[in-house]
Design a binder for this molecule. Structure first.
Ligand code: GLU
Length: 126
């Protein structure tokens, strides 16, 4: 079962997001990711693997932001991979989202969005 955390404040949320995901590791997962608003827009880091791998990715490619979300994924739709790891973004990269569980009617929603010209970069039901 995956885990979700969100933080909004006046300080950088990245350390809190990573620590929050660490505390949710007991729930089981195959990948992890965070997205933050940094004042200019959205930045994301995602990995297939453990929260320690995500922390290492953030150490090598730092991001900062006072508002953010994080996820540990237990794949139900689409293989465990960086591309399928949450958070996901909209086509313009201005909205990030994640979810737990299964979107039962995802295929009919996806068909509608595809017909409107949206581009999907993941295999998930998100
Ligand atoms: N169904 C979603 C996926 O496969 C979320 C799975 C979860 O709860 O982690 O990405």
């Amino acid at each position: 079962m995956c885990g979700i955390i969100g933080c909004a404040g006046v300080r950088d949320t990245v350390p809190g997001l990573i620590e929050g995901l660490r505390r949710l590791e007991y729930r089981g997962y195959d990948s992890a990711g965070i997205a933050v608003l940094n004042g200019d827009g959205l930045e994301r880091r995602r990995v297939k693997g453990k929260v320690r791998d995500l922390a290492e990715e953030v150490r090598r490619h730092p991001i900062r932001g006072t508002c953010g979300i994080g996820h540990t994924r237990w794949a139900t739709h689409g293989r465990p991979s960086e591309d399928n790891a949450h958070p996901h973004t909209d086509c313009s990269g201005t909205i990030a989202l994640l979810h737990n569980g299964i979107v039962e009617n995802y295929w009919s929603l996806k068909e509608k969005l595809l017909a409107e010209g949206h581009v999907f970069k993941t295999e998930t039901d998100t």
